[in-house]
Design a protein around this ligand. Structure first.
Ligand code: MN
Length: 278
C-alpha cells in the first residue's frame, strides 16, 4: 500500500454567490484540471442567517450534477419540473441537471447552517441525459462507528456498508468522516481516483509529513492507494470525495458546463428563446 500525500491545499476564501450568499468557495474554476471529475465545492458554515437567506433564486443548470449535503440546516428547493422539498439535517440532495433544469435553492434561517454543495461533471455522452433528483434523507445514510472514527456513507461503500447511491454517471465515493482525537484513520482507495478531503471542523494531518490542516480547507491528495489521517486533541470532521477523472474538454459558463463553446452557446441561446427545458 502506498499512502497518498497532500498534493495541494485549497479554499478558505469567502465569496458571494446567488442573490448574495456568503460562502467559502473551496474548489472552483482554477482548480478544474487537478480536481477532475469534480468542478466545484462551495461550503456553508454560518450562525448568521443574513449570510445566506437571500438564497439562490431561479437559475438553470446543464451538463453537471449538484450534490448538496447538510450536516445542519434547511434548504427549500423547487424546480421547473414541479419538484419541491427541503434538504434537512443530515440529508443530501443528488441532482442530475443533465439536459437542463431550472431550480431555486433557498436556505432557511436556522441556528447554524453547515454543509457543502459539490458539482460533479457529467461525461460527454451523458451531458444531455434526463434530469433527476434523488432526495437522500438522514435515515437512508448508513453510519459505521468504531473506536477510531464515525463514518457516514453518502455515496459508494465503506467496509460492509453500502451508500444509498453509487453515482450513476461518475462512480463517486462520498463519506462524512469524524476521526476521534489522537487517532489514526486509514482507508484503501481506488488508485485511479481523484481524492480530496474538505475539513468541516477540527484539524488533522492528511499524510505522514504534512502539517496539521485547519477547517474550511480542502486537501487534494496525490497518487496512492491508501488515505491516512492523524488527529491531535481536537479530532477532525471532513468530507472525503473520490472519483475517476473524465479527461474531457470543459466549456464552463456559470451554472452550465459542457464540452465545447458551441454547446455552451447553444444552451444560452435556448435560455434566451425559452426552449432550454425539453
Ligand atoms: Mn443550483
Amino acid at each position: 500500500m502506498s499512502i497518498r500525500t497532500v498534493r495541494k491545499i485549497v479554499g478558505g476564501a469567502v465569496q458571494y454567490d446567488g442573490a448574495g450568499v456568503k460562502l467559502v468557495r473551496v474548489v472552483g474554476h482554477s482548480d478544474v484540471d487537478d480536481f477532475d471529475p469534480f468542478l466545484l465545492l462551495d461550503a456553508f458554515d454560518s450562525t448568521d442567517p443574513a449570510d445566506y437567506v437571500k438564497g439562490f433564486p431561479w437559475h438553470p443548470h446543464r451538463g453537471i450534477e449538484t450534490v448538496t449535503y447538510l450536516i445542519h440546516g434547511d434548504i427549500e428547493h423547487g424546480d421547473s419540473l414541479g419538484n419541491q422539498g427541503s434538504i434537512l439535517d443530515g440529508s443530501c440532495q443528488w441532482m442530475t441537471a443533465g439536459r437542463g433544469i431550472i431550480h431555486q435553492e433557498m436556505p432557511q434561517a436556522v441556528d447554524r447552517i453547515l454543509g457543502a454543495q459539490l458539482w460533479i461533471n457529467l461525461p460527454a455522452k451523458d451531458k444531455m441525459t434526463e434530469p433527476a433528483y434523488r432526495d437522500i434523507t438522514n435515515d437512508m445514510i448508513p453510519e459505521v462507528s468504531d473506536s477510531t472514527a464515525t463514518v457516514r456513507v453518502i455515496s459508494g461503500r465503506y467496509r460492509e456498508k453500502v451508500g444509498p447511491v453509487q453515482g450513476d454517471y461518475v462512480k463517486t465515493l462520498y463519506l462524512d468522516v469524524q476521526v476521534n482525537p489522537n487517532s489514526e484513520w486509514r482507508l484503501p482507495v481506488d488508485p485511479e481516483a481523484t481524492v480530496f478531503c474538505y475539513l468541516v471542523a477540527g484539524s488533522g494531518m492528511f499524510d505522514e509529513t504534512s502539517e496539521s490542516i485547519p477547517s474550511h480547507r480542502a486537501a487534494l491528495l496525490a497518487d496512492g492507494d491508501e488515505v491516512m489521517v492523524n488527529t491531535a486533541k481536537d479530532g477532525v470532521r471532513f468530507l472525503l470525495i473520490a472519483g475517476r477523472p473524465l479527461k474531457e474538454p470543459i466549456a464552463w459558463g456559470g451554472p452550465i458546463v459542457m464540452n465545447t463553446r458551441a454547446e455552451l452557446h447553444q444552451a444560452f441561446k435556448e435560455l434566451d428563446e425559452g426552449t432550454f427545458i425539453k
